[in-house]
Design a binder for this molecule. Structure first.
Ligand code: SF4
Ligand code: SF4
Ligand SMILES: [Zn+2]
Length: 161
């Protein structure tokens, strides 16, 4: 597990939609104390950026207004993969863009098969630098240690959710 961000090992970073919140720039900036710099880059106030994942008390503005999150919570579902309508039209539309959304449905199917703990371990592994274990975001192509990463190539307008 990452030596810079031990909080990631403790948090429940499962997005209701199947995204792994631990690879989100907002959460990584919050964990590193860099949310003001990210807020400037995104042209948003810091309160819109600070986030510990969409299940946490402290969530970014995009999580607070997320229809998928709201829908799953209203249905008292642990995640969308447990919904009778899964994968619903909203979830399929969500998967179309930006690139980091594309794995959401497969991630939920995987989570159902292997369970929460293993899924989180797999995602920690997928979104960590193989050279130094530093957490990586969805669009990182190179770690600060110099290791090549395998993040998505095309970001959305601002790389945000
Ligand atoms: S898109 Fe919505 S459900 Fe998915 S991680 Fe973000 S806030 Fe959570
Ligand atoms: S209807 Fe769609 S968005 Fe709502 S909980 Fe079910 S799968 Fe998730
Ligand atoms: Zn590294």
């Amino acid at each position: 597990m990452d030596t810079y961000l031990p909080e990631l090992a403790e948090a429940d970073l499962r997005g209701y939609c199947g995204l792994y919140c631990g690879a989100c720039d907002a959460l990584l900036a919050t964990a590193r104390g860099e949310e003001e710099a990210l807020a400037r880059a995104w042209g948003r106030p810091p309160k819109d950026v600070r986030c510990w994942g969409c299940r946490a008390e402290l969530t970014a503005a995009c999580c607070r207004s997320c229809d998928i999150r709201r829908c799953a919570r209203q249905r008292t579902l642990d995640h969308c993969g447990l919904c009778a309508s899964f994968p619903c039209q909203q979830l399929r539309a969500f998967a179309e863009a930006p690139p980091h959304h594309c794995d959401g449905i497969a991630n939920l199917e995987r989570m159902k098969r292997v369970g929460r703990r293993q899924w989180l371990e797999e995602q920690h592994h997928r979104w960590s630098c193989p050279g130094c274990s530093r957490p990586a975001s969805w669009y990182d192509q190179r770690c600060d240690c110099g290791t090549q990463l395998s993040g998505y190539h095309e970001a959305g307008e601002d790389g945000a959710l």
